[in-house]
Structure formats: C-alpha cells, structure tokens
Design a protein around this ligand. Sequence first.
Ligand SMILES: C[S@@+](CC[C@H](N)C(=O)[O-])C[C@H]1O[C@@H](n2cnc3c(N)ncnc32)[C@H](O)[C@@H]1O
Length: 123
Amino acid sequence: MRIRHRLIGEKPRWIGISELILKNNYKKYAEIGVYDGQNIINLKKIIPGLEAYLIDPYKITKKMKGSLYKQDNMNKTLAQYKIKVHKALQHYDDIKYLYITSLKAASKFKDDFFDIVFIDADH
Ligand SMILES: C[S@@+](CC[C@H](N)C(=O)[O-])C[C@H]1O[C@@H](n2cnc3c(N)ncnc32)[C@H](O)[C@@H]1O
C-alpha cells in the first residue's frame, strides 16, 4: 500500500480530505473506521455527490487495542453510533455501509477501485 498523504495540521479532517478530493477530482471514497460519523457527515456536506464506502464493524474485535475500546459499554455506544450515522446520512443514495473490518472489506474490492481511502482505525 502506498501512503500518499498524511493529514497532520490544524484543519479539521474533512477540510483536508475534501481539498484532496476536489483538487484531484476523486469520485470513489472509502473511510475505514467511521465511529460517530463526524468526518463523513461533514465531508458529504461539502461534496454531496461523493460516492462513499463506510467500513466499520461497529463491534469491538480482539485486534482493537486503543484506549477507546477499553471503555465500559463501548459495544453499546458503537451500536448507537451505527444507527446515528445511518440516520444522519439517510438522504444520500450514494453511500454503502460495510459492517466488517478493513481486512474483510479489502477482499471485496479490486485493486485501485477507490480513488482515496481514509484510514482511521486500529490495525
Ligand atoms: C477514530 S474512530 C473513527 C473516526 C472517524 N473516521 C471520524 O473521523 O469521524 C475509529 C473507528 O474505527 C473502527 N475500527 C477499529 N478497527 C477497525 C478495523 N480494523 N476496520 C474497520 N474499522 C475499525 C472502530 O469501530 C471505530 O468506530
């Protein structure tokens, strides 16, 4: 995998990502790790026609090591966020949800299917 950009700076994630998408005329976007949807909800406001694939199991898996996943009731919180994100984006018909880990999702797409992939999850 080639990492082409690192999002470091003071801009919100969706600003940096939207700049990259608009500059390069990217069409197919994947987000690995969606959580409460803050990034994708804002990104779709900026680029409503973006075709987005949202990848997140919304369940704690053995490989998730960050402190976030050690919180009590995190599975319950994730289940609530899953519904919240779906509801917030329900007016868009170009969003696909994959409730699986990135590794499982990767096997479903041909190489170079996506123009841009935002990786924001445990690996
Ligand atoms: C930092 S949050 C994502 C925040 C979101 N990208 C944003 O900017 O609003 C991390 C999310 O990654 C998910 N996650 C962790 N490991 C994952 C994996 N291997 N594949 C997909 N999602 C994963 C968790 O369930 C959690 O919802």
